[in-house]
Design a protein around this ligand. Structure first.
Ligand SMILES: [Cu+2]
Length: 436
């Protein structure tokens, strides 16, 4: 053991007082918003429905007079003021409740303290309080309605990665929608297609939010699974591959909280100038503000905390080895493993003692499945493999980019788990070592 380093790690990922006081103010603000929501609800459903068009109006995007070739990822807003009021946003583009039968889901975003492995806890943005977010299972062709409520002081969206849907539901801020503000609910409606292993993540402040830890699996099943003919699997696992820089997330979240408190204070005083916070009605307004010196863009400032991400923890489904969950298999059983890369890094997942069949990429079946024992996993991609249980034992499944099989630089750890046969008598029982 290297106790000094471990102690430092604990200190580095714990919250500062400043962060905690931010959490206190969040409670107050939530109460205020809940009061507003309560007032809406008390006036009845009709009044609540009547409130929706206020926000819907903000979705009427006009590109008249703009040079579309100059559009980029800067923050353009149509009507900033209407977004600070709370309430539900119902964008156009999909059928109404009376037109199709929706499968309805409620999902929210909140800060939770998450334990990655013993001794390592940090605050994360967690869908429904879970890291990773809840796993959706729907059938191809289902109509899906997701009520997404923002219970944080930050802005977010949900992007449905790999789903073919109306652009108004694609969840990219300042491209397809305005961000979902604190206290707001945004209603995503779309048809689940195509089938396969898809996923979802926040698209606001993506390098921070999508990995820390706003991501989850979205599995679209086929009524009759053709892959079962050749690979009659009986269990189906989803492994989200993740990487975190817990120092970066702590600094960023603290800084964002401070900024949001400032925004809330200005808003309460009616003094919010959206331009000073990087929001513009269009590209021309943004360019004029920069050229005149009225607005200094973040990339023109020497922001020390920029995007200097040094991933120090890696994991699978929110946990780092040895806290990762094991994969169970039996002799003579086929299992399916869906790998989803939410980390933004490349991984090379290697299974010991077995070859497996790579059967699908990005949710789509491969014409010719390939026989491998190491699979290259690209950022954002999904990869499905089938494993046949023919070699009872304990078998390591890990990223062969060995720096990812570590916890704060110490091997073994991180993106590593064990495939374990349930139905055999081991001759050797492994113990746990976390410093080699
Ligand atoms: Cu977000």
């Amino acid at each position: 053991m290297k106790p000094t380093k471990t102690d430092t790690a604990n200190e580095e990922v714990s919250l500062t007082d400043e962060h905690l006081s931010g959490a206190d103010s969040r409670v107050e603000n939530n109460s205020r918003r809940n009061f507003m929501r309560g007032a809406l609800a008390a006036t009845g459903g009709a009044a609540a429905a009547a409130a929706a068009p206020i926000v819907a109006k903000a979705q009427e995007v006009s590109h008249a007079g703009h040079d579309m070739s100059q559009y980029n990822t800067m923050m353009f807003m149509q009507d900033h003021s209407s977004h600070m009021m709370g309430g539900a946003i119902e964008p156009p583009g999909s059928p109404s409740d009376s037109e199709v039968n929706y499968k309805e889901f409620d999902i929210d975003i909140r800060f939770v303290e998450h334990e990655f492995l013993p001794g390592i806890k940090a605050h994360m943005l967690a869908f429904n309080g879970q890291v990773p977010g809840p796993e959706f299972h729907v059938n191809e062709g289902d109509w899906v309605k997701v009520n997404f409520t923002n219970n944080t002081e930050e802005m977010h969206t949900i992007h449905w990665h790999g789903i073919v849907l109306p652009y108004t539901m694609d969840g990219v801020p300042m491209v397809t929608q305005d961000p979902v503000h604190p206290g707001q609910t945004f209603v995503y409606r779309f048809q689940a297609k195509p089938s396969g292993t898809r996923w979802y993540h926040c698209h606001w402040g993506t390098p921070l939010h999508a990995t820390h830890a706003m991501h989850g699996a979205f599995i679209v099943h086929r009524k009759k699974e053709p892959l079962k003919k050749r690979f009659p699997y009986t269990r189906d696992y989803t492994l989200m591959l993740e990487a975190w820089d817990l120092d970066f997330s702590r600094e960023e979240f603290t800084e964002i909280m401070r900024g949001m408190k400032e925004v809330n204070t200005l808003m309460a005083k009616g003094k919010l100038d959206y331009k000073t916070h990087g929001f513009f009605k269009n590209y021309t307004e943004f360019k004029e503000a920069v050229d005149s010196g009225e607005y200094v863009a973040p990339y023109l400032q020497s922001r020390s905390n920029g995007l200097h991400i040094n991933h120090n923890f890696f994991g699978i489904n929110g946990k780092c080895y040895p806290a990762t969950k094991r994969i169970a298999i039996k002799k003579g059983e086929w299992i399916r493993i869906r790998l989803i890369n939410a980390s933004g890094l490349t991984h090379h997942m290697h299974l010991h003692g077995h070859d497996f069949w790579w059967v699908a990429q990005d949710g789509n079946d491969l014409a010719d499945p390939r026989h491998l024992n190491t699979i290259h996993v690209e950022p954002g991609g999904t990869y499905d493999i089938m494993v046949y249980g023919d070699n009872p034992g304990f078998w390591t499944f890990h990223d062969h980019k060995t720096t990812h099989a570590t916890n704060n630089g110490i091997y073994p750890g991180g993106m590593l788990t064990v495939m374990e046969y349930e139905d055999f008598e081991p001759t050797y029982i492994p113990s746990v070592s976390v410093d080699q």
